[in-house]
Design a protein around this ligand. Sequence first.
Ligand code: SF4
Length: 424
Amino acid sequence: MGAIMQTSASPLMPIPGAIDPVPVRRAVTPREDGRVDLMGLSRMQIKSVFEEAGLDAKAAKLRSKQIFHWLYHRGETDFDAMTDLAKPMRGWMAERFVVGRPQVVEAQVSSDGTRKWLLRSDDGQDYEMVFIPDADRGTLCVSSQVGCTLNCSFCHTGTMRLVRNLTPGEIVGQVMLARDALGEWPKGSMASANDDEESDEASHYTSDGRMLTNIVMMGMGEPLYNFDHVRDALKVVMDGDGLALSKRRITLSTSGVIPMMARAGEEIGVNLAVSLHGVTKDVRDELVPLNRKFGIEELLAACAAYPGANNARRITFEYVMIKDKNDSDADARELVRLLRHYKLPAKVNLIPFNPWPGTDYECSTPERIRRFSDIVFEGGISAPVRTPRGRDIMAACGQLKSASEKKSKAEMRRLAEEKQAALG
Ligand code: SF4
């Protein structure tokens, strides 16, 4: 275990923010059986754990290439099914390693087809992911943290405390699990991978025609407060020999962690979405308290400097529509002024507020949302209104957490009792 932990990029990254979360120094969640979970590791990391387990450099290189392909391209979790490994090698692997998946605590399907999964890590932490199917695409909304430090006042997740950052394995594991659930792994025999064979037939397999076509880092948590793990996970997701999702189909959403935005553009290079939600200091301070640290103008300047943003790859500004809070004509005009002032290649997503138990906010009326959208459109900026999805199962934007916390406590109690009973 220790060996893998050292392969994690930077330890204890200083995290800027209104309330600094407690960083957790680990890239892999320890397992009770002592075996190492390969999920989330890059090819290089797999190679080094194989070397540390006793393979020589040449064998480790070959095996890591084969295993990487089985893991991320074929979705295989059973070493015994990895037919291009000799039988003794399969046994050797199974003794030392596992290919994990998050445990599914609950899976729900909304009347509109949206699916939500409550997941659990090996150390008993709960988090959620949501799959939103559309006619021509399917988007997986992935969590980056258990809970969140940012306390955005319109967001249910913000009422949870931060428990911990998710590991790269737990982030990639969400994508793997969704693929499992959707039955989207390639079938048939796999060409044997070896050092001389740079591209086998299966490597040309793309995401076209699949249900899961897009990923948004918009689930629980602020991804830029878990930068290293999110970057490492997305690199695995984008690797052409594995899941092979194009960076154009991945969007990272931030509430405005300015110091990390340029690095996100340079080191990850995916599309950027920004939770704006307010155009005056007072309103944004209330809705997104991080605004007290990093103000609107500073944030928009950082967006203008985001590497790779242009008219073909516009930055999405998320704007939740809350009655009598941020939905006036004047707000819409100010939004246009600001986006134009910073010459931003922008698109605005208007999100009707999704209620959750205990919130004082209400959703703007449909007429108000339409009027707001028209003003922004007239200002030359696209401002579609997002259809709420999965509201009936609390899977819509800003609703995540809900039952998970209660369920987790009840479940944890039950597990503790079971453990006690087992101990006699
Ligand atoms: S909107 Fe995002 S950053 Fe804000 S509290 Fe919710 S999960 Fe955290």
